[in-house]
Ligand binder design. Structure first.
Ligand code: SAM
Ligand code: SF4
Ligand code: FES
Length: 334
């Protein structure tokens, strides 16, 4: 269900005026509490390949970055990671990667089927694919798909993604919705030349496409990208976009993102108190983590899946919330 509480102009005013931030964050927290409760859903994130054919200007995994060591985790090792995560209590697994052509439709289908034997909800985040692939993944048992629109400003989108097509990104989101996935999207906050007006459009877009999940991340410049000298996105502005998203879409799932914690040591807890109800702890084996460097100083690079599980569980408890024991499907039936 979407709740058209604010007009575009009101959203812009709120984003521009920092004097009402405390009011905004507590309103988002209250709406979160009333609509999705105090449970926090943990989604275990497997970063299974850092190989990518794309050239997104902000991302450290872009194909032009020759300085990172590339890796692929194959099916058997993915299943071992999933099995360990299930033993740690995870109910949702998220498979994320660069756009890596090695993983054909058939290979992904095989992996999906094997993971679904573990009785978990499964989210994919493997980029832009054709309708037939998305259909095959859904038929194999995938439940959710994450693909951020990144920005709804077409000109900015074109500048950030030199060889990509905004309309194809939209096509992906529509196909996923048609196929019955729970669809996750989101945006980056603080991209060079991004306007407050376009961030307001992003929030309205999430409502328009009836997103089931929205992840908001501050932009963090990576030294091996064309944006290396640009300013880091603002943590507070990202938090405000997230809080407004909760107010406009009261019953969706909203993660406290890793990028927020990278900019602020309490970022995820602050986000959980400002509208978020999901955390996506890393369950990738420690040996691969530093190589999935989408931006620098990512958290948990030297930590293990069980250390992260314990750490985030304790943080959630410390603010009077609890880790959900169900699958955490979307409440958004609209
Ligand atoms: N390749 C898939 C895709 O692009 O949808 C999934 C993996 S991609 C690394 C996941 C997300 O990382 C992107 O949607 C983008 O928003 C985020 N990301 C990439 N570079 C970033 C940066 N420099 N700062 C913050 N977030 C970034
Ligand atoms: Fe590849 Fe995703 Fe990074 Fe773009 S954001 S370069 S598609 S991994
Ligand atoms: Fe990884 Fe805290 S979540 S160490």
């Amino acid at each position: 269900m979407s709740n058209k509480l604010f007009t575009k102009n009101e959203i812009i005013d709120i984003l521009k005026d920092d004097s009402k931030n405390e009011w905004l964050f507590s309103l988002a927290d209250k709406i979160r509490q009333e609509n999705v409760g105090d449970a926090v859903h943990l989604r275990g994130l497997v970063e299974f390949s850092n190989i990518c054919k794309c050239s997104c200007k902000y991302c450290g995994l872009r194909t032009e970055n020759k300085k990172i060591e590339r890796y692929r985790i194959l099916k058997d090792e993915i299943l071992q990671i999933v099995s360990d995560a299930v033993n740690l209590g995870y109910k949702t697994i998220v498979l994320q990667s660069g756009e890596d052509g090695y993983y054909s439709c058939e290979k992904i289908v095989e992996i999906i089927k094997a993971i679904k034997d573990f009785d978990v909800a499964l989210t994919l985040s493997v980029g832009e694919r054709c309708y037939e692939d998305y259909k095959a993944f859904k038929d194999a048992g995938a439940d959710r798909y994450l693909i951020r629109i990144e920005t709804t400003d077409r000109d900015l989108y074109a500048k950030m993604h030199p060889y990509a097509d905004f309309d194809n990104r939209i096509r992906c989101l529509k196909d996923l919705k048609t196929l019955g996935y729970e669809v996750g999207t989101g945006c980056l906050v603080g991209l060079p030349n991004q306007t407050i007006e376009s961030l307001a459009d992003d929030i309205l877009f999430f409502s328009e496409i009836q997103a089931d999940m929205v992840g908001i991340g501050p932009f963090i410049p990576h030294p091996e990208t064309p944006l290396k000298n640009e300013k880091t996105g603002s943590f507070i502005l990202a938090l405000k976009v997230m809080a407004l998203t909760r107010i406009m879409l009261p019953d969706i799932n909203i993660p406290a993102t890793t990028a927020m914690e990278t900019l602020n040591p309490d970022g995820r807890i602050i986000a959980l108190k400002s509208g978020a109800n999901v955390v996506m702890p890393n369950i990738t084996k420690t040996q691969y983590r530093a190589k999935y460097e989408i931006y620098p100083n990512k958290i948990c690079l030297n930590d293990s899946p069980d250390k992260c599980r314990g750490c985030i569980g304790a943080k959630i408890k410390s603010i009077g919330r609890y880790v959900a024991s169900n699958y955490g499907f979307s409440h958004n039936n609209g």
